[in-house]
Design a protein around this ligand. Structure first.
Ligand SMILES: Cc1ncc(COP(=O)(O)O)c(C=O)c1O
Length: 398
């Protein structure tokens, strides 16, 4: 028995409420990937029929991904995920503009690390960066962006939906403000694609990133949509794949899985109301059943599956572990930073009091959740919170 499995009671019914970290693979995705892994090994660049079969699978996937974001397939570049799509957008645009003299980049302070740490890397190369504050509602105001744009600004990156609190940014307005100055606008749509309708033309952006594993596709898949005519310098150099924009032999089974997941996500966008109903019942049940709780972020302008709730007098990590022992999987923020006791940079950027940033839990629901899951969490949570409150004061043990 591994030390890992010893921590858990294997008879427990497990409830997964961490879809923003990753979503389970859809069975149709598993089927198509298994078939391709087993039966179709061709290289999509090969001229013979094995290659053409692989190329067809990649083309179908590109068409499905393009349809999910209202784009033309030829403007979609496959990547190894959301992180690489963000890197390609930001580094690619920066490098292509390095000689132009404009060296100012802007992002919101609530971006994912894929954007924030890429900005830091460019800072070390002499780029000037500005991270904009959001309101306590977790929304970036177009006026704040307008005031930050300068003639030196080359590029702005603002996420469509935030991974921790779920807030949806006014991307169409932010993009319009930016593009009026001649700067490029990128949005990280990793947490919105598959959850709400996403249309590159309605948003009016230049670049848009998505990630497959957030909507039932395999990990290690994603895409960057590039508006036609926008110049990027690729950082993966090698073969001529992806029309010279991202070198490397295509991962055909995974891309096919991404395509199937995109098609299913698009078909199931109208299930959002069902998920929102469960989310709202969970949220209301917590707010009324557990004293000292509050929603973080705008309760209306957010994706349908996410609620981020602060619990006064609780260390979120302790509650996460207590819930996990009860079979309920949640998160204290972005999956990449869990394990560290640093308060969430998102909640900090929203200006929430320190104690509240340390006591916040993200519940993110998805297609497989049921009303019974909500009932179970609402039953388990109040006594756990009460027990932890009797043991803990934030900042130290009693
Ligand atoms: C908003 C956002 N952007 C980017 C990423 C990174 O995507 P990937 O895991 O595919 O690299 C994530 C993943 O958590 C995310 O939530």
């Amino acid at each position: 028995m591994s030390t890992h499995s010893r921590c858990y009671d294997e008879t427990i019914v497990r409830i997964y409420l961490d879809y923003n970290a990753t979503a389970p693979l859809h069975p149709e995705v598993v089927d198509v990937m298994s078939r391709l892994l087993r039966d179709e090994f061709g290289n999509a660049s090969s001229v013979h029929s094995f290659g053409q079969q692989a190329k067809m699978a990649v083309d179908d996937a590109r068409t499905a991904v393009a349809a999910l974001i209202g784009a033309d397939p030829s403007d979609v570049v496959f990547t190894s995920g959301g992180t690489e799509a963000d890197n390609l957008a930001i580094r690619g645009a920066a490098e292509a503009r390095e000689a132009g003299g404009k060296r100012h980049l802007i992002a919101s302070g609530i971006e994912h690390e894929a954007v924030l740490n890429t900005f830091k890397a460019l800072e070390r190369r002499g780029w000037i960066t500005t991270l904009l504050p959001v309101g306590e509602d977790g929304i970036l105001s177009p006026d704040v962006l307008r005031a930050a744009l300068t003639p030196e600004t080359a590029f702005v990156s603002v996420m469509h939906a935030n991974n921790e609190v779920g807030t949806i940014q006014p991307i169409a307005e932010l993009a319009a403000v930016t593009r009026a100055t001649g700067a490029l606008f990128h949005t990280d749509a990793v947490q919105s694609a598959g959850k709400i309708p996403v249309s590159v033309s309605a948003l009016g952006v230049d670049l848009l990133s998505i990630s497959g594993h957030k909507f039932g596709g395999p990990k290690g898949t994603g895409a960057l949509w590039i508006r036609r005519g926008v110049r990027l310098t690729p950082f993966m150099t090698g073969g001529r794949q992806e029309r010279n924009r991202r070198a490397g032999t295509e991962n055909v089974p995974s891309l096919a899985g991404l395509g199937v997941a995109a098609a299913i996500a698009r078909r199931q966008l109208d299930h959002a109301g069902l998920i929102a109903g469960q989310r709202d019942r969970l949220e209301q049940g917590i707010l009324t059943g557990v004293p000292g709780t509050a929603i973080n972020g705008d309760p209306h302008r957010r994706v349908p599956n996410t609620t981020n709730i602060s619990f006064d007098g609780i260390e979120a990590e302790s509650l996460l572990i207590a819930l996990d022992l009860e079979g309920v999987a949640v998160s204290t923020g972005s999956a990449c930073s869990s394990g560290s006791l640093e308060p969430s940079h998102v909640l900090k950027a929203m200006g929430l009091p320190h104690a509240r940033t340390l006591g916040s839990i993200r519940f993110s629901l998805g297609a497989a959740n049921t009303e019974a899951d909500v009932d179970r969490v609402l039953e388990a949570l109040p006594p756990l919170v009460e027990k932890l409150r009797s043991l803990t004061t934030v900042g130290g043990r009693k």
